[in-house]
Write a protein of this length. Sequence first.
Lengths: 294, 303
Amino acid sequence: MELARRGAEKEDAGQVTRLGLWGFRTRRLWTTFAAVAFSLFVLVPFTWVIFTSVKSQKELSHNPLGVPMDWQWGNFAEAWTRGHFDRYFLNSILVAIPTVALVLVCSTLAAYAFSLMEFRGKNVLFIIFLVGLTIPLSILIIPLFYELLSLGLLNTYWALVLPQVAKTLPFGILLLRSFMEDFPTEILDAARIDGCSTWGLLYRVVVPLSAPALTSLLVFTFMWTWNQFVLPVVLIQDDAMRTLPVGLNFFQGRFVTDIPLMMAGAIISFLPIVLMYVFFQRQFIKGITAGAFK
Amino acid sequence: MQASRQKATREVSWRDSAPAYLFIAPAFILYALFFLWPLLHLVQLSTVKWKGVGPKVFVGLKNYLHILTSDPKFWLAFEHNVIWLFAAVVVPIVIGMFLAVLLARTPMHGRLLFRTIYFLPQVLSSVVVAVIWRGMYNPNYGAINSILRGIGLDFLARGWLGDRALVLPALFIAWSWIHYGFCMVIFIAALQSIDEVYFDAAKVDGANALQQTWYVALPFIRGPLATVILLTAIAAFQVFDLVFIITKGGPAGASLVLSVHMYDNAFRYDKVGQGAALAVFLGALISVLSIIFLRVRRRLEAD
């Protein structure tokens, strides 16, 4: 992003020389206006959701668009308790934590072997992992259902954690491997000469150096797990085990006419991920670009 | 050098390979149990007649044959998928390119703020997007109808999701709302990697932003453009969440897509074998798209 800003400043300076300060300012005004106009495409739905979430049902029927006149913050409390969002929220967290942990640990170990060790069948194994990149979980949901049924894991957190980990591993391994391959060999050699064991090398050198890629992977795994829909909708039937997305979907069916309460529920389920996005924006953008270019 | 290194890899003995296998084992075991095994199991299920309980009857390729020849809903869903695919490689990509040029190649206030806003829908779960757009389309309280009524266009207000002709475009707009941010981010990165010198030459000749993009930038970003087109195509072909959540394929099949038809067969009509055959069919198409993608990209990189 640093680079982006520098490029942009250079671009701006060039435009000023060419158009003159007045011309540059006029053009900037127009393009900013275009940017604002398009942002309404995002901001109007969001504002509508936020406004609706604090209206009473009665107010919504005669004031569907405007600023709420009587802010009903109680909608959130009601969604939280009567809508079971307290439970859904807890479930989402209890699924996300082990998923993220397993993906980070297993991808780091495997990526280390694929990038810095020599062994038989390296290429074949890597290609086998690549298969998992494009096949979506929705295609595997039928066999996964019967497999987890026979393992007795339906309606448990494991039903959501294990397939999610398996699906995310190929991405994690690919991302970390391409990162580790770019390590300067001098650092690794120096550590080996200093008597670092394989584990020491991994723990003291590779993991700290991979911190940016690991952060990207953490952010993505968290987002995918948090937003996962196909797995819980098929593998979870017990309301007490539902995560936020399926909880919200179920809620939609149960309180179909109570639109404000539904919007409050939607806000509760997207708030953590939106906050995470705002704080880790750079990792989100980097991970998306890296994932597409590798 | 490259060749001798590869040869060295092949000559590593099994014994020297053991530590590497230990490192890969945790990932491989999880991946094998919960990805590879279900994949094989899926192919097996596609060759049986089974209601989900009781004995499985082996029927060979009959499930596939049935889908292709005597399941009218399959062709309906397939048609919707193809329409969706063609719309998807145009709409979000054009929007994404426009925004990328706007943010990366024109003078502007608050670039970062706008990028943050534009990318926001990409991080939301499909259910949240579904709730938002269901609200937007709601015939009584929805924002779209309210706006139309507010500006005196009452006759345009309608039940968007209940209209057979409009339901698919309405769902597609919600899907594009999520997806254009992905295209935009890739295009921004691609545009920023081009050396400014090439643009300067065009500017001297008086080219505007659009002409600069078309004549100067496009030849440079063919690789990323191919990537975005194919990843979007793959994402479009497997569309499930939004359609399943908002309409379940309705009204009367007007928005049915293959993945929802697969779900219905397996979990609603108790035709597990046919559902599995549909899944294999979808997976095969996605794999074909991915292979084309890799080929095209390799050729573009070689240029």
